[in-house]
Design a protein around this ligand. Structure first.
Ligand SMILES: NC(=O)c1ccc[n+]([C@@H]2O[C@H](COP(=O)([O-])OP(=O)(O)OC[C@H]3O[C@@H](n4cnc5c(N)ncnc54)[C@H](OP(=O)(O)O)[C@@H]3O)[C@@H](O)[C@H]2O)c1
Length: 272
């Protein structure tokens, strides 16, 4: 699938960690050719490196990207959004175009305020997008069409999975998908600690715990089975797994994790 017509361009404004990850994923997926991506970044050295690494056009002029692009992906920090979008010339250049912002906590209403003539989408990707295993939630502004949303979803599907959500649920997406990797890194570290305590080497323990988490996650996604059903399938009566599960429940693991998401979502609501 190609995301855009051959003569159309994806503009990426702000191309640091996330912007470059998305560019790399799109190029790797073959969904766009390098000639179809034009990026700008405040740092000239980043622009030079983007051209050297990915063969895309890149510079420091946001307005040039806004003029040339068919779709704009804005990947600056939340506090930098106004500095990028709140200019008459940029507003005019982006009028009639689809603009996708990945800035955490910056609401559609604010984006629409900066760009009243554009179709806007707010997206929340996560860092596993760096290895093509991201999860992104996307919310659309008023007037954004199904075709524009489909294009945005396909763009993020180049670096993992993507799902449309109501903006009212964006803080939850930020907590589960955006912050979630950090929570799972702690789980992997803790599981590895247990194995190290019993005598396994640290590198072997981390690799084993991480691969186990990957395998379990893939089973949930690939089978579509409820996690509780999959858990029951590995729980032999009188066995070691049910013994371990009892310890997890003693530690109130379910409510701890559920409240972890609640708290992260509460704080996400105050960003931007
Ligand atoms: N990293 C994550 O885990 C993650 C996950 C989900 C969403 N996000 C969102 O993704 C966005 C980008 O995060 P990031 O980690 O990729 O940030 P980043 O690495 O700092 O990248 C942003 C880039 O934009 C540049 N920039 C700043 N102002 C600019 C302007 N006016 N015009 C053009 N470029 C400009 C920055 O330059 P300077 O360094 O000079 O400012 C930087 O190179 C954030 O809004 C964040 O909320 C991040």
């Amino acid at each position: 699938m190609t995301l855009l017509e051959a003569n159309q361009t994806l503009g990426v404004i702000g191309c640091g960690t996330m912007g470059e990850a998305i560019v790399r994923g799109i190029l790797g997926s073959g969904n766009l050719a390098a000639a179809q991506i034009f990026a700008s970044d405040a740092r000239a050295e980043i622009a030079t490196a983007l051209t050297a690494k990915h063969g895309i056009r890149a510079g420091t002029d946001n307005l040039a990207v806004a003029h040339a692009c068919h779709v704009a992906l804005v990947c600056v920090k939340p506090y930098q959004i106004a500095g990028v979008l709140d200019h008459e010339a940029v507003r005019t250049a982006l009028a009639g175009k689809l603009v996708i912002s990945i800035a955490a906590g910056v609401r559609l209403e604010k984006l629409r305020g900066y760009l009243p003539g554009s179709a806007v989408i707010r997206a929340m990707p996560n860092t596993p997008a760096l290895i093509g295993e991201g999860m992104a939630g996307l919310a659309r502004g008023k007037g954004t069409s199904d075709a524009q949303m489909a294009l945005a979803l396909a763009l993020f599907a180049s670096v993992g999975r993507a799902q449309e959500v109501d903006e009212a649920h964006m803080d939850i997406v930020t907590a589960v998908a955006g912050s979630g990797p950090a929570f799972v890194f702690v789980l992997i570290d803790a599981l590895a600690d247990g194995a190290v305590r019993l005598g396994l080497r640290r590198d072997a323990a981390v690799a084993m715990a991480a691969q186990m988490v990957q395998g379990a996650a893939r089973m949930v996604l690939q089978t579509g089975a409820h996690p509780a059903v999959l858990k029951d399938q590995v729980t032999t009566p009188g066995g070691c797994t049910i013994a371990g599960l009892g310890v997890m429940e003693d530690g109130k693991i379910r409510s701890v994790l559920a409240r972890t998401i609640e708290e992260a979502a509460r704080v996400a609501g105050k960003l931007g």
